[in-house]
Write a protein that binds this ligand. Structure first.
Ligand SMILES: [Zn+2]
Ligand SMILES: [Zn+2]
Length: 346
């Protein structure tokens, strides 16, 4: 079957004919993939940065955001039927560690991620644990259902600190940052400021309801903004760029006592002035990973059902899976919101 793989430990991803997965094992289902989103994580793996080189072991099929149809059930799968239209939580958790047993499976000590630690969804079929499956509501179209996972990242980040009535700063308007703008708006943020150097994404942030979109590379604009901040500094900060200088600056721009949710993966170690910028000013930093299982999924479902027009704005490209190179190039250039690959017509 067709698959997009990380064949070698260097820049790039490749397509390849691979074996179809074996019949699903105990508690697993096999899903025929219809559509799949290219994630920032896939782009990290494509770039082969320090994070991916330290974690991913090629050759491996990449991809972890998808929607498809169940084609086969393993033993002891009762709540899912062949033909169900489903998405999937990409974090496979152990179910028996302390975190899993205390309702915090998103930080399971034994997490394996689809398309990072084991075969991914950029392929015609994939086997996944039935407990990771999410049945998709009929009203949600495939190109939205394919990206439950990253919308979940945005929802989890926004929900972790709470934005209602707060002055929100979103650093980085990649796809997850853009989803976060839309969600923060729906959650009643008092104001939403976005920092994004890329014009295409800055414009999307505007359309999604940001009050102010700033180019962090424009020294004059940023100096003027900081002058105005003496009135009211952001107190809910969502770091979604993974860009170390942007994080350092966001900490300085935060109001005393601000909550800072960190989702962006930095390509390398980040240095910061912890004493002056965090401790002495009473900031709280939150590391955000994955989605709460499955609280976040219910929240995302209702967001997708109620705000399809916002989803449409962020999902800017749907293209044939075989055109994946162009998808990755668009991400290189930042000339896209979310890119979705169509595997239904290979
Ligand atoms: Zn993702
Ligand atoms: Zn666990």
């Amino acid at each position: 079957m067709f698959a997009i793989t990380k064949e070698q430990p260097k820049h790039g991803v490749w397509d390849k004919e691979i074996e179809k997965p074996a019949p699903p094992g105990y508690g697993e289902v096999q899903v025929s993939v219809t559509k799949a989103g290219i994630c920032g994580t896939d782009h990290h793996i494509y770039m082969w940065d320090a994070w991916s080189a330290g974690r991913v072991r090629p050759p491996i099929t990449i991809g972890h955001e998808f929607v498809g149809h169940v084609t086969e059930l393993g033993n002891d799968v009762r709540h899912i039927s062949v033909g169900d239209r489903v998405s999937c939580e990409s974090h496979i958790t152990c179910g028996h560690c302390h975190q899993c047993r205390t309702g915090r499976a998103h930080i399971c000590a034994n997490t394996e991620i689809i398309g990072v630690d084991k075969a991914g969804c950029f392929a015609e079929s994939i086997n996944v644990p039935a407990s990771n499956i999410w049945k998709v509501n009929d009203s949600i179209p495939d190109e939205h259902a394919a990206v439950f996972d990253p919308v979940g990242n945005a929802m989890h980040t926004v929900s972790a600190i709470g934005v209602t009535g707060r002055d929100v700063l979103i650093v980085g308007a990649g796809a997850i940052g853009l989803f976060a703008v839309a969600i923060a708006r729906c959650h009643g943020a008092r104001s939403i400021t976005v920092q994004e150097p890329n014009n295409f994404r800055a414009e999307l942030a505007n359309q999604l309801g940001a009050d102010l979109v700033l180019d962090p590379t424009d020294f004059g604009t940023m100096a003027e903004w900081r002058k105005q901040l003496s009135q009211r500094k952001p107190d809910a900060i969502l770091e979604m760029s993974g860009h170390p200088p942007a994080l350092r600056q966001a900490l300085k721009d935060a109001s005393n006592g601000a909550d800072v949710a960190l989702l962006g993966i930095s390509p390398s170690t980040v240095e910061m002035d912890l004493s002056n910028d965090v401790i002495m000013r009473g900031l709280t930093l939150y590391g955000i990973t994955g989605r709460r299982m499955f609280d976040t999924w219910y929240e995302v479902e209702s967001f997708m059902m109620r705000s399809p027009e916002l989803m449409d704005k962020v999902v800017t490209h749907v293209m044939p899976a075989k055109g994946y190179s162009r998808g990755f190039q668009l991400m290189d250039q930042g000339a896209c919101g979310k890119v979705v690959l169509d595997f239904s017509d290979l």
